[in-house]
Design a protein around this ligand. Structure first.
Ligand code: P1T
Length: 380
């Protein structure tokens, strides 16, 4: 089955044997009757499993070309579950430019649990090997990175992970499986903030993991149930509905992303544009190799690197809404240094390029001309 068909039908065979409904019913229940202890019809308690969530989890596995999907109450809850595979003394090599909340989870909560993190630039994957030792259990990759849009070679990372027998997890939130499928490139775990493109309508907070290997899935399923950070049936339904249009939304996000990136790239007041589709992007060739297109996330800085100029621009935008988050049908603008990445110390974030004039756009699926007009009036 090809991707566009999978997005609609993947894992959804015979969804409602009772009435044949085309969408799964929302099983708004916490528990299930049993004829005798253990005599149930596949579900016993909705933390452990719920039929609506199960329908979504099968769909997630299908679109990522995996075998097992797991849905969580947020993207961070999904990452938290991956980290619980580890023990004190274990080490993680992680992308240094990554979502601020992921950095906070790693560098505060899990650091205090005795896990050591090496935050490094992975644009050249060879850098990773220097930090891998006998204690290393996981390589954590975000690509494209949030918010600098760095591209990391997933296949190269997978080779290193296999060689040293460590897990490779890829946060695929910015790309989505429409653009890249990390499991096919050798990753062990693919993670999403399903809050973003998978849900696609800015109405749900959710996270997901997809894996191929059964023993790894069993460990993660145990953690999902034991820690309990699951999502509810209503939210599962909404994300499943979102998935069905992922391919058409992504196509337009990419078209509009290109239009916006090229407009900004030719604007005299703009210093630098970060979008992997530009031939000037340092890892454009890797993006071309591993992504089908280049997505709708675009970051840029203004000339003079002035905090006030950046704030004035995001305040003047009218079609773009100034807000946290990304990946919905509507265009959003954010100021990473004071919003999504404020939890990263200034000197750390500036090392990766998150300077005061950086603006991040989540380019939506409105008419591209209106988005350009809006940027024109806001930048001047
Ligand atoms: O917000 P939540 O669903 O918990 O997902 C966390 C997360 C994980 N990974 C990436 C790449 C992300 O971008 C996020 C969330 N990001 C934002 C809220 C943001 O505005 O960047």
């Amino acid at each position: 089955m090809k991707f566009n068909t999978k997005a609609i039908h993947g894992g959804q065979h015979d969804i409602d044997p009772a009435y044949g409904s085309v969408m799964p019913p929302i099983y708004q229940t916490s528990t299930y009757s049993q004829s005798t202890p253990g005599g149930h019809k596949g579900f016993e308690y909705s933390r452990s499993g719920n039929p609506t969530r199960a329908a979504l989890e099968r769909a997630l596995a299908s679109i990522e070309n995996g075998e097992f999907g797991l849905a969580f109450g947020s993207g961070l809850a999904a990452i938290d579950a991956v980290m619980k595979l580890l023990k004190p003394g274990d080490e993680v090599v992680s992308t240094n430019d990554l979502y601020g909340g992921t950095y906070r989870l790693f560098s505060t909560i899990f650091k205090d649990f005795g896990i050591k993190f090496h935050f490094i630039g992975m644009e050249n994957a060879e850098n990773i090997e220097e930090y891998v030792n006998d204690n290393t259990k996981l390589i954590w990759v975000e690509t494209p990175t949030n918010p600098m849009m760095n591209i990391i070679d997933i296949e190269a990372c997978a080779k290193i992970a296999k060689k040293h027998d460590v897990l490779l997890a890829v946060d695929n939130t910015f790309a989505t499986p429409y653009l890249q499928q990390p499991l096919d490139m050798g990753a062990d775990i693919v993670m999403h903030s399903a809050t973003k493109y998978l849900g696609g309508h800015s109405d749900v907070v959710m996270g997901s993991l997809v894996v191929k290997e059964k023993s790894l899935a069993e460990r993660l399923l145990f953690i999902q149930n034991a820690s309990g950070a699951v999502c509810g049936p209503q939210d599962s339904f909404l994300v499943l509905r979102g998935l069905k249009t992922l391919h058409v939304r992504m196509q337009r996000h990419c078209e509009n992303g290109k239009m916006v990136a090229e407009y900004l790239n030719n604007h005299p007041k703009i210093e630098k544009v970060y979008w992997p589709g530009l031939s000037s992007h340092p890892n454009h060739d890797i993006a071309k190799k591993q992504m089908k297109d280049f997505g709708g996330m675009v970051s840029f800085t203004t000339k003079g690197n002035n905090y006030k100029d950046a704030i004035a621009i995001v305040e003047r935008l009218k079609v773009f809404t100034l807000a946290e988050s990304l990946g919905g049908v509507e265009s959003l603008a954010g100021h990473p240094a004071s919003m999504t990445h404020a939890s990263i110390p200034k000197e750390e974030r500036e090392k990766t390029g998150v300077v005061d004039s950086l603006i991040r756009l989540s380019v939506g699926i409105e008419d591209g001309d209106d988005l350009i007009e809006d940027l024109k009036q806001a930048i001047g």
